[in-house]
Design a protein around this ligand. Sequence first.
Ligand code: MG
Length: 231
Amino acid sequence: MTDLKGKFTTIFIDADDTLWQNEQYFRNAEAKFIDLLKDYTGPEGVQQMLWQKQEENIPLFGYGSKTYLIGMTDAAMDLCGGSLPDNIYYGIKRIITDLAFHELEIIDGVVETLEALQGRYQLIVATKGDLTEQMGKFRASGLAKYFHHCEVMENKDEKNYLELAAKHNLDPAEILMIGNSVKSDIAPVVNIGGWAIHTPHDVVWVHEMMDMPQSERIIEVKNITEILKYL
Ligand SMILES: [Mg+2]
């Protein structure tokens, strides 16, 4: 078994669907949107249009529920033929408000794991998304006491991780990233020479889907408590 004890001083940990539940709320919002618009085209047509508009808006506005609001509004505009009935617009706003203010649910095993790691490593949250939204979730989570810092990243590609490492005076080889997304948490960190532990989540956003790269610097576990065997 790979022993990583003493190899790192600092660990980066993803937040959404690693520390707390997230994607299930977006899926729920998507289902409500499909229900709202399904009479304009079939459910699959609504879903495809929403995915397309979301992909168009992410590069412009980043991640988070506000971008989802724009994506839903754009999709509805197209599906409704260029003008938006009141009930559709306010229906979308209600869906997004429910999404943005849902109660935070900490994933099983997270608190015990952070308690075990605290004091032995400098722990940093590495999340991406809307600054206000992510910091709000971080404060509301009650987990802030375990962390040295919470970084809300613009994106999670190689360049962003190199910048985050430099900010904390870390060599890329000293980075260990823990997270649920192969595309955002695992692949970019391993590509710059770091290490990664994949803590899978059963709901994966289509935007984040990617095959697991082959690397001896990737460790796959079943759940977050299992990482303690390696650290
Ligand atoms: Mg995540």
